[in-house]
Design a protein. Structure first.
Length: 336
């Protein structure tokens, strides 16, 4: 009888497996969570930003705190976006990890050097940037060491001419690589825990207007003044417009000297294109008015359109207003 019961039980188990009746399966091995390592950063100073080379120089303190005596994160961390590695200086403020009241170990370092980050200057001079510092452990993957945000702050007295600082932040990601870096002993490369510090900076709005757009506006007002002069002063009218054109070219070359080479049109480039179009319009009106004046002297008084082409304060006002509307649309479309 007992043999029949055993056979019946086996039949029930096999049937349940075959039809998926939800019998408890054998426990699966869950991924091992890495040792949490608290990481904190204090931005002591930002000393230089070079948009042309996509680099900035930072002076910062970085610390680690963990409760695992088998790892030393301060001995194996590295910065992933360094620029000019030979210019980096790292100083350990303690010779060995320091014990903490909660039983963890504490390491503190000061680091100074240039970092690389990709700047977008599409909306220059109203661009907002983020200075990025990326940290990763070079020995331990995320299943062994996992960063946890402790604190990130910035020196309240830090200053950088031409910029204002926002509140810095830090986020932790799991960085996977599509390669095992040729390691045959570990063909299935595991991801690494990476800490990304971001420092937002922005240009003051008033500074961009005064330093960039005000000189352009003054140049174009000088060009528009050529329309106010009487057509009899041909040399003075042409001289004003050509001088404005050459000055605008020199101003654009000067403004682009500190910007990176990019494959797209900056907002400032679009403003300069509109400015060139305005000056060419002024020159074409001057040429037309001169021609109308010459022909009018021979064939009689010109018509209404010809008189308008001869210029005057009204024409200078209308063309300048049209230019300002176009520039305003360019700025709005780029910033939105």
């Amino acid at each position: 009888m007992s043999g029949m019961l055993k056979l019946a039980r086996r039949f029930v188990v096999l049937a349940a497996i075959a039809f998926g009746l939800g019998l408890p399966a054998s426990p699966q091995a869950s991924p091992v969570a890495g040792t949490p390592v608290s990481i904190g950063v204090y931005i002591n100073d930002i000393q230089a930003i070079d948009l042309r080379t996509h680099t900035f120089v930072a002076d910062l303190y970085i610390w680690f705190r963990d409760a695992d005596p088998t790892i030393t994160p301060g001995a194996s961390f590295e910065f992933m976006n360094v620029a000019a590695p030979d210019d980096h200086v790292r100083t350990a403020l303690y010779d060995a990890p320091q014990p903490q009241p909660d039983g963890s170990s504490y390491e503190l370092f000061r680091h100074h050097g240039p970092f690389a980050t990709k700047f977008s200057v599409r909306t220059y001079p109203f661009d907002n940037q983020e200075l990025m510092i990326e940290i990763e452990d070079q020995d331990y993957t995320a299943d062994r060491l996992r960063y946890v945000v402790d604190e990130v702050s910035i020196n309240p007295s830090v200053q950088l001419p031409g910029y204002s600082f926002g509140e810095p932040g830090m986020r932790i990601i799991s960085k996977a690589y599509p390669t095992a870096f040729g390691d045959l002993a570990n063909p299935a490369a595991l991801p690494y825990s990476r800490a990304i510090i971001s420092i937002p900076i922005r240009r003051p709005l008033l500074s961009g207007v005064i330093k960039t757009f005000l000189p352009i506006l003054i140049i174009l007002l000088v060009a528009a003044a050529a329309l106010v002069l009487d057509p009899a002063h041909v040399d003075a009218r042409i001289g004003l417009s050509i001088t404005a054109l050459l000055t605008l070219v020199a101003l654009q070359l000067s403004a682009g000297g500190g910007l990176p080479e990019v494959g797209y049109l900056l907002m400032l480039d679009q403003v300069y294109l509109a400015s060139y179009a305005f000056i060419l319009l002024v020159v074409s009106l001057l040429v037309r008015s001169t021609r109308v004046d010459d022909v009018g002297l021979v064939r009689g008084a010109p018509g209404a359109l010809e008189r308008l082409a001869r210029g005057g304060p009204a024409l200078a006002y209308l063309t300048t207003l049209a230019y300002l509307i176009v520039v305003g649309l360019i700025i709005i479309l780029n910033l939105t």
